[in-house]
Design a protein around this ligand. Structure first.
Ligand SMILES: Nc1ncnc2c1ncn2[C@@H]1O[C@H](COP(=O)(O)OP(=O)(O)OP(=O)(O)O)[C@@H](O)[C@H]1O
Ligand SMILES: [Mg+2]
Length: 277
């Protein structure tokens, strides 16, 4: 199945991510994790992946990040092969595990991608201070990861992923370990940053409301082998309205549409559309 771009980015800009007939098998062909996945994520678009545990969501993100090689099909990131995009560090990553460096302070972890890009020290400090304040961790800049809770570590990892204002963010259940209020604040910050920087986001979550709230499109994957079973267009509301959106009728309609798609119900309401209002 090939899915066309919902909202083209700037004219002529290559898609942020282009997957064509992607397949992945593990254990010498014994486990088929992904089968014939084709998807185009436009520059600046926010796409969520949702589907049952083990359906290949993390595998898909890892292939885009060139941490795993596909068994079949092709991947390009901003028009480049995935390997080149990794070398050029064209994206920021926040995965299920925070993956912080234990021997570096919180601020030094956030500054790492900037250091690698030889950003001057004063700028690095300013940027990490700004990001840590956003993540509610301003007072923890000089602490070490082991002194933080799991959710706090995850927020550091998200701040690190945002440090270079990447044009693509790959996020795998980044808010799973956060309490509900922090989660909603981080969702709004992520939307604000994505909008400000024009970053495309590919976001894996198990939360239907989270996917609906954040995304332009929600891609529903079927149980293993993961295939795209549905795509629900969402959004179409003013995201800055925050909690008003979460309590609105179009929001609930989109949540119901994703739920139906996950259940495999062939319902006319499945495509919620951008004209929900
Ligand atoms: N390195 C690996 N070696 C062998 N099998 C693997 C490997 N990585 C993933 N798999 C298998 O591929 C399938 C998809 O795994 P993946 O982690 O992508 O699922 P997921 O959709 O992210 O699940 P969850 O929602 O639980 O995080 C699973 O059956 C898993 O066992
Ligand atoms: Mg996963």
């Amino acid at each position: 199945m090939t899915i066309s771009v919902a909202e083209p980015g700037s004219p002529g800009a290559p898609a942020a991510v282009e997957l064509s007939h992607l397949g992945k098998t593990f254990a010498a062909g014994a486990v088929t994790a992904l089968s014939d996945v084709s998807l185009s994520v436009a520059a600046g678009e926010f796409v969520s992946l949702i589907g049952p545990s083990g359906c290949g969501k993390s595998t898909l993100l890892r292939i885009v990040a060139d941490l795993e090689t596909p068994s079949s099909g092709t991947v390009t990131v901003h028009g480049k092969p995935a390997r080149q995009a990794r070398i050029d560090q064209d994206y920021g990553i926040a995965f299920q595990q925070a993956g912080l460096l234990d021997w570096r302070t919180v601020a030094a972890n956030v500054e790492l991608p900037l250091e690698l890009h030889k950003v001057p020290k004063a700028q690095r400090k300013a940027r990490s201070a700004e990001l840590l304040a956003m993540a509610g961790l301003g007072e923890f800049a000089d602490r070490y990861p082991a002194e933080l809770s799991g959710g706090m570590q995850q927020r550091v990892a998200i701040a690190r992923a945002l440090a270079r204002k990447p044009s693509l963010l790959l996020m795998d259940e980044p808010f799973g370990a956060l309490d509900e209020m922090t989660r909603e604040r981080m969702q709004d910050e992520l939307l604000r940053i994505a909008e400000e920087t024009g970053a495309a986001v590919v976001f894996v979550t198990h939360s239907i409301p989270e996917a609906v709230y954040l995304s332009d499109r929600v891609v529903v994957l079927s149980a293993r082998p993961g295939r795209i079973s549905d795509i629900v267009a969402t959004g179409g509301w003013d995201r800055r309205a925050g909690n008003d959106v979460r309590a609105s009728a179009p929001f609930f309609a989109a949540v119901a549409a994703v739920r139906a798609a996950l259940r495999g119900e062939d319902d006319d309401t499945v495509v919620a559309g951008r004209d929900l209002r």
